[in-house]
Design a protein around this ligand. Sequence first.
Ligand SMILES: CC(C)(COP(=O)(O)OP(=O)(O)OC[C@H]1O[C@@H](n2cnc3c(N)ncnc32)[C@H](O)[C@@H]1OP(=O)(O)O)[C@@H](O)C(=O)NCCC(=O)NCCS
Length: 240
Amino acid sequence: MTNQEAHAVPTSEPSTRHAPAHANHAQAHRGAPAHNPPPRHLPRSPRRGRLPGRRRPGAAGTTVVLREGSTVLIRQIQATDAPLLAGIFARLSPASRWMRFLAAKNHLTEAELRYLTDVDHHDHEALAALAPDGNGIGAARYIRYPHDPYTAEIAIAVVDDWHRRGLGTHLLAQLSDRARHHGVRRLSALISADNEAMARLLATMNAEVVDCGAGTIEYQIALPPPTAAHHHHQRAPCTG
Ligand SMILES: CC(C)(COP(=O)(O)OP(=O)(O)OC[C@H]1O[C@@H](n2cnc3c(N)ncnc32)[C@H](O)[C@@H]1OP(=O)(O)O)[C@@H](O)C(=O)NCCC(=O)NCCS
């Protein structure tokens, strides 16, 4: 999941300490500024086809069947989804919250929820996963770098009860497809160095390690255009 949030995320957030190159973006991605929304340096996509009282095309989502047979709905997050996101956050363990936000967080503020649901589906896309009972069980998002429109940072979280059923894999696959469709060529993920689950998930996407910070590792996933050959160069793993 993504890094976004005065700062609802403490100024001591590890991602801002250890990734100066992406500090502003990372901070924005993990939460929402309490007072000022993050500046948007790219034009927001026009909300094509939106008519009053009608859902955006594609908002209904798709269903996926997990390894153990559960059917889960994955759909785009809408402006009205603050309660859904708050419900997902409430079901994350403290450890999962730390891994997601790289900070100790007990709740999401209203400003953070507004930010995390203010999605233009082009520079900022977010997907939610819903269990058959309608409750939120996971979310994934990308936010395009203001200074590099071909790169976007991702963030993902699955509630602990639903770990290791394949949901993270589905969320990341669908998010990658949408990012590619919107011209993103690289997905960046800044994770805690001890986040084995996310490292495994990223490995399934052929992610490469591009930077090692103090306690964090940055990965990138290449999203070549469908016609381009995929040249994959494995970099040396981080040490220490
Ligand atoms: C990372 C996370 C999203 C994975 O979600 P998930 O639904 O459990 O993932 P999947 O079931 O699709 O598993 C993906 C791969 O990771 C592996 N994996 C998952 N959890 C693991 C764990 N705790 N230890 C080791 N491997 C693990 C799975 O075995 C699978 O690999 P495989 O396909 O080779 O078997 C989830 O653990 C999570 O929400 N963590 C907290 C938030 C976080 O860390 N976000 C990442 C930073 S933004």
